[in-house]
Design a protein around this ligand. Structure first.
Ligand code: ADP
Length: 408
């Protein structure tokens, strides 16, 4: 790596999409952002926005993009058109979001054949995500074989969980034979937000205990003690825990046997039911919190029920993680719902004054893109809204790793 190489391309490869951002780690600024959607269909679309230089502005391409290789080539062309091509000596690394790193990957990792093989071995526990992540890495490697490809794992931040939190209470041999345990996800966001919360409080992460509530379409909570995760709500898969946009979150596992035996549903049908047709969408038909709030304002009872179930679960996790941590310095709300939905924040902490929690309603209602405190001045526990930035966190971790390696 040359001293002038300060850029990192972050790739988040899904099964039919690739999201990307090019960042300059000199100051963390974004040079370009974009998205390729509907890969493999006739109606693929690439939306590219250059945020710097003469090419600044948004461009769109439509038409078939056959596979991830074609998608990345198209991205490379768009970046080149803005003078930000992948062949630039200023590019230090490509950072890849990888959903499942199992127990082995506790840190960002430079990808080689052996690492790729291990990520492949984890496909059975992350069948929806890891294959697309692997394809993204392979394709990027083929385009720039000389450049470090860094995998940043969603599970890594949670590998500090003690066994008491990570183990399911099932037969140990069966669990170990099939790698069944609680891994947790959204780790990059929990890491970033817990650190930013400490910064907001003017303290070192080591000195702060935080409950992070990542409430997007997928949602998870984590208990972070002194910068280290000690519990999180997602488990073997992202299905466990909070009520989400389309996922049930916690459920009696016997519901699945019951659906098989009594309703004659197949495993795949139950998988779709619990992952795609449950949560807010299952309860009221909508998974967008804005729409749910609008319906509640019109007196819609199903929407109210969905909101109430969502809040009840959220409160249970706040209480549980309060008990796990013993002392809580802050609760941080993040992601689409957490950052924007003031009524969710208000309802989640309502009635918890005995735990030292109280909001300043004017601050809670204020709209802002900045990290901010919304607790009442007399509250013992700070409540914060901290916009998450997983791409910046991936870029930082990748850049730190390659910078350290180049000093060796
Ligand atoms: P993900 O990355 O999991 O797809 P996001 O973190 O982008 O999700 O969150 C998306 C969700 O955020 C939407 O489904 C919607 O429920 C919620 N959301 C976004 N903007 C608002 C808003 N202004 N008010 C309330 N909820 C919002």
């Amino acid at each position: 790596m040359t001293a002038t190489a300060t850029r990192v391309l972050v790739l988040n490869s899904g099964s039919s999409s690739v999201k990307y951002q090019l960042l300059d780690m000199h100051d963390g600024s974004r040079l370009a952002v974009g998205l390729v959607e509907r890969i493999g269909e006739e109606t693929s679309r690439l939306t590219h926005t250059a945020l710097t230089g003469g090419g600044a502005g948004k461009r769109e391409r439509t038409g078939p993009i056959a596979d991830h290789e074609a998608a990345l080539k198209a991205v490379a062309e768009e970046l080149s058109a803005d003078g930000l091509g992948l062949d630039s000596p200023e590019l230090a690394a490509i950072g890849h979001r990888v959903v499942h790193g199992g127990l082995r990957f506790t840190e960002p990792t430079v990808v080689d054949d052996e690492v790729l093989a291990e990520v492949e071995r984890l496909v059975p526990v992350a069948p929806l995500h890891n294959p697309a992540n692997i394809t993204g890495i392979r394709t990027a490697r083929a385009l720039r074989p000389d450049l470090p490809q860094v995998a940043v794992f969603d599970t890594a931040f949670h590998t500090t969980m003690p066994e008491s939190a990570a183990r399911y209470a099932i037969d140990v041999e069966t669990a170990d034979a099939h790698r069944i345990r609680r891994y947790g996800f959204h780790g990059t966001s929990h890491a970033y937000v817990s650190r930013e919360t400490a910064r907001l409080l003017g303290k070192a992460p080591e000195d702060v205990n935080v409950i992070v509530l990542h409430l997007g379409n997928g949602a998870s909570a984590s208990a972070v003690r002194g910068g280290r995760c000690v519990d999180t709500s997602m488990g073997l898969t992202p299905l466990e825990g909070l009520v989400m946009g389309t996922r049930s979150g916690d459920i009696d596992p016997a519901v699945t046997f019951h659906l098989q035996r009594v309703a004659g549903m197949s495993t795949d049908e139950i998988d779709v039911l619990l992952n795609k047709k449950s949560g807010l969408v299952g309860l009221c038909g909508d998974n967008d919190m804005r729409e749910i709030r609008r319906r509640i304002d019109e007196g819609d009872e199903r929407a109210q029920l969905a909101f109430d179930v969502y809040i009840h679960r959220l409160k249970k996790y706040i209480g549980a993680y309060y008990a796990v941590l013993g002392r809580v310095d802050a609760i941080a709300f993040t992601a689409g719902v957490g950052e924007n939905a003031a009524p969710v924040r208000e309802a989640a902490v309502a009635g918890l004054e005995e735990l030292g929690l109280a909001l300043d309603s004017a601050l809670n209602d204020e709209r802002s893109d900045d990290a901010r405190l919304i607790s009442a001045p007399y509250a013992r526990v700070a409540v914060a809204v901290v916009p998450t930035d997983e791409e910046l966190e991936i870029a930082r971790q990748a850049f730190t790793l390659v910078s350290e390696n180049s000093l060796d």
